[in-house]
Ligand binder design. Structure first.
Ligand SMILES: [Zn+2]
Length: 357
């Protein structure tokens, strides 16, 4: 699947495209603005423009454009926060493999992804990989582009001063064959040494019309469905607030929704063994916070069922969903107390299998 189209941001696109054609594009850029506004997508668009070989850039037709849209261009490098590698000093090839996997995963969703979880970062192994790749000559185009998303997650690490300094040097004076685009929704959290070396461009929230077009894109619709975003456009527009990527939630929310779906499926399964397995999967006392998140997500899913039933004027189904919502709310209450999550889950699934089926 190629990257989803870039929606909106016409003013910045014009500005960037003018500075490219006049040869004035700075070597290091920082796109900052609200989370979910499309900063990394915009950075990838600029990368495509820089790698396009046609007159009218980005043409969308040449090999450079095609490879960029599929994220297979050897001179386009995309980095973003990842979990800390288990090996504190992984081989470069392993770091690059890990990113290739992560990029393939993003691409399987049209390049749409949830915000990184709190424990993902841009660790020293990644910084080393960037510095190393920047030292090579471009493979196919006349320049290399580095897109570094959520750059404020680049944290100083003890013993990593050499890599950090090499990166700062790269940012300060990238060769004429290298363009570095950092993005951040928390530019205040960026290391000052990084912030001061890149030319900042603010990426503002999108107007409703652009958000609507984005939401109408089938790739986006599928990704939002998967992420468990609310179904009504009005609700979506209000949550998005001009930054529709927020509808994709964050990693933790995605996990909670997946876990809630699994429990609901088990409740509806005809055999008891599926329910039993699901209860065991909840985990015992240790995972209390995660269990409450799962129940929260379940409440939302059951609420959606109720709204769908009301929409179909199916009162009986709506009533059943409303009973299910009561059960989930009671479980949430118990989960905040001292009751074992597995006990709560066992009872909840029993109740749900009666009320929903
Ligand atoms: Zn092109």
């Amino acid at each position: 699947m190629p990257l989803v189209d870039l929606y909106g941001h016409e003013d910045i696109r014009t500005l960037l495209s003018d500075s490219v054609s006049s040869g004035k594009l700075p070597g290091s850029l920082l796109f900052h603005g609200p989370r979910g506004v499309g900063k990394q997508r915009l950075a990838l668009w600029l990368a495509q423009l820089l790698l396009c070989t046609a007159e009218d850039k980005p043409c969308g037709k040449c090999r450079g454009c095609e490879y960029s849209r599929n994220l297979t261009h050897p001179d386009l490098h995309w980095y973003f926060p990842r979990l800390r590698p288990k090996d504190p000093d992984p081989a470069l090839a392993d770091v690059i493999d890990d990113y290739q996997e992560a990029i393939a995963e993003r691409l399987s969703n049209g390049g749409l992804y949830a915000a990184p979880s709190g424990n993902e970062g841009i660790f020293v192994a990644t910084v080393r990989a960037i510095v190393q790749q920047a030292s090579l000559t471009p493979a196919m185009a006349s320049r290399k582009i580095f897109v570094i998303g959520d750059a404020e997650r680049m944290v100083p690490q003890e013993g990593a001063e050499f890599a950090a300094n090499a990166f700062l040097k790269l940012l300060e004076e990238p060769s004429s064959k290298t363009t570095i685009i950092l993005t951040s929704s928390e530019p205040g959290a960026l290391l000052p040494t990084i912030r001061s070396r890149a030319v900042a461009i603010r990426v503002p929230p999108l107007p409703d019309a652009a958000v609507r077009s984005f939401l109408a894109d089938p790739i986006v619709a599928a990704a939002l469905e998967k992420a468990g975003a609310p179904k009504s456009t009005v609700e979506r527009l209000s949550i998005a607030g001009g930054a529709p990527g927020q509808l994709l939630g964050d990693e933790a929310r995605g996990r909670a929704i997946r876990a809630a779906r699994k429990l609901l499926d088990a409740a509806l399964a005809p055999n008891e063994s599926a329910r039993h397995a699901a209860v065991l999967g909840v985990g015992a006392a240790g995972a209390r916070g995660a269990f409450s998140d799962t129940l929260d997500a379940m409440l939302m899913l059951v609420g959606e069922r109720m709204r769908a039933a009301l929409h179909d004027a199916d009162e009986a189904r709506a009533l059943r969903a409303s009973r299910a919502a009561d059960s989930v709310a009671r479980a949430l209450d118990q989960a905040s107390g001292n009751v074992n999550p597995q006990l709560i889950a066992a009872r909840l699934l029993r109740e749900l299998s009666v009320s929903l089926s």
